[in-house]
Design a protein around this ligand. Structure first.
Ligand code: TRP
Length: 481
């Protein structure tokens, strides 16, 4: 084997190991925490449909492209892009794609760790039976009680700091453990277990009085109010925000556009098939998001909660289920433990591109690279941590009307999910479908250039992804209104 074909960071022990790791990266807070509250904020069905269309027409093809780049490059995204650009004689600017990915991963992980800290904090709360108290309350006080526990947590920076620190420390220990030691072991049992607990919770949701209302909310498509959210009798204004948010969420949920999936592709054994492995990952990720919605919205409507209440949604709804259902404290504890594990298996992929690159510079060991990048992420995370309490009034971009009421957390989330990831995905699509030689691409995909699947895939990357991302961007900045 020539040197270019092996990764210095190690390799997955099998195709299944890659599927588990990539699913571990994709399934996380994005599915269970973010997808439901975004769906709630943007009014339900139309958001879900746009999200699903983006997953199918852009997400899957871009994921294949990203894995393929990693598999060919065999290095951190920064160096893989450098090598691949060299190999084809293209501009060295393509390396920037690796850099922006490292930055996006840092930024995402910085807030991801804070939110995962909330989930960590809920483990002892649920385990101690805090929420069973709602059984002796009148129905109209239940939501208020559950909400007050959440508010107490997020308004206490010291507590949040402790959980954020614990979460980041464990992340760095897992990353330092390396490809097979740290990353692979963690996901093997967790994904199936998470799926089973979600099914149990869907069972609870079906027993709530407003189950069907939750289902309608998620699947009843109303494009008019999606595209014209602030319609009054006097005026209606087209808004592209919902489209942009749905597209951003598709990239976010599938871990695309910043090199996480690329770096996992770099650890793929040479013979593994890309098309079938990525399809499994996409289906698993999408199912978890839909299940989470089917659990949360019936609870929202059965308890008179607001679907558009924002990032606290999961924490204000699920504890009601855990308080009321049989064995609720058991399932609740299990659920939050699994959610934290899912967040960890996503976090390690957010930092892996940076760590792999630091190791490749030759100046760091895996351990020191993990420690330094962990400290940096931890520090940036403080911006998010304080966004929910002592800095909740700080709106850094108040001078721009589009961002005037966004906190640090809102801005970091917006910049990464809605701007950096789709742009990353766009450039990955362009590089693979317009620049790389067909012969190289088909070799890595193990396909022939005339194969129908290959042609469809390349068509989606060549035209649909660039047009889709382009139109959604233009729409969001108001070009069509
Ligand atoms: N996809 C993960 C989730 O849904 C988060 C995540 C992990 C991610 N790696 C990523 C998002 C890379 C964007 C890019 O929770």
């Amino acid at each position: 084997m020539n040197k270019q074909n092996i990764s210095i960071h190690g390799e997955w022990s099998s195709r299944l190991a890659f599927i588990l790791a990539a699913t571990g990266s994709a399934v996380g807070l994005g599915n269970i925490w973010k997808f439901p509250y975004m769906t709630g904020e943007y009014g339900g069905g139309a958001f879900v449909i746009v999200y699903l269309v983006c997953v199918a027409l852009m997400g899957l093809p871009v994921m294949m492209a990203e894995v393929m780049l990693g598999k060919r490059g065999r290095r951190s995204p920064v160096n893989s892009m450098r090598i691949l650009a060299q190999e084809g004689g293209y501009s060295q600017w393509w390396r920037v794609l690796g850099w922006t990915g490292v930055i996006a991963g840092f930024l995402i992980l910085s807030y991801y760790s804070v939110i995962a800290g909330w989930a960590l904090a809920y483990v002892p709360k649920v385990a101690m039976g805090t929420f069973t108290a709602i059984n002796s309350m009148p129905q109209n006080e239940v939501a208020g009680f559950v909400g007050s526990i959440f508010n107490e947590l997020v308004s206490n920076p010291i507590q949040l700091l402790a959980w954020h620190t614990i979460f980041m420390s464990v992340t760095m220990i897992m990353v330092a453990g390396g490809v097979q030691g740290g990353l692979e072991r963690a996901v093997r049992f967790m994904m199936p277990a998470l799926f089973i607990v979600l099914l149990v919770l869907v069972g609870y949701a079906m027993s709530t009085p407003e189950f069907m209302m939750g289902v309608y909310f998620m699947f009843d498509v109303d494009f008019k109010s999606f595209l014209y959210p602030n319609c009054t009798e006097a005026s209606c204004e087209l808004s592209g925000e919902g489209m942009l948010a749905a597209m951003g969420q598709a990239f976010f949920s599938l871990s695309l556009g910043m090199g996480a999936i690329m770096v996992y592709g770099a650890y793929l054994p040479k013979h593994a098939s890309i098309a079938s492995t990525t399809s499994v990952v996409v289906i698993a990720d999408t199912s978890v998001a839909i299940l989470a919605g089917l659990i949360i919205f019936p609870i929202v409507f059965s308890n008179g909660l607001a679907p558009g209440q924002g990032p606290g949604l999961v924490f204000n709804t699920l504890p009601i289920a855990f308080g009321q259902m049989p064995y609720g404290s058991f399932f609740g504890t299990l659920f939050f433990v699994l959610l934290v594990l899912a967040a960890w298996s996503s976090s390690i992929s957010l930092i892996e591109p940076a760590v792999a690159w630091l190791v490749e510079t030759g100046k760091f060991t895996r351990i020191s690279a993990s420690i330094w990048s962990g400290i940096a992420v931890w520090l940036v995370g403080l911006l998010t941590l304080f966004s929910f309490n002592i800095w909740s009034h700080v709106k850094p971009l108040f001078m721009f009307s589009a961002f005037e009421d966004k906190t640090f957390f809102d801005l970091i989330d917006y910049m990464t999910a809605n701007v950096m990831l789709p742009l990353g995905g766009l450039f990955i699509a362009i590089f693979v479908a317009w620049f790389m030689k067909t012969q190289i691409v088909t070799e890595e995909l193990d396909s022939s250039p005339e194969h129908g699947g290959f042609l469809i895939w390349r068509f989606l990357l060549r035209y649909v992804t660039p047009l889709g991302v382009g139109l959604v961007f233009l729409n969001a900045i108001g070009v069509f209104s």
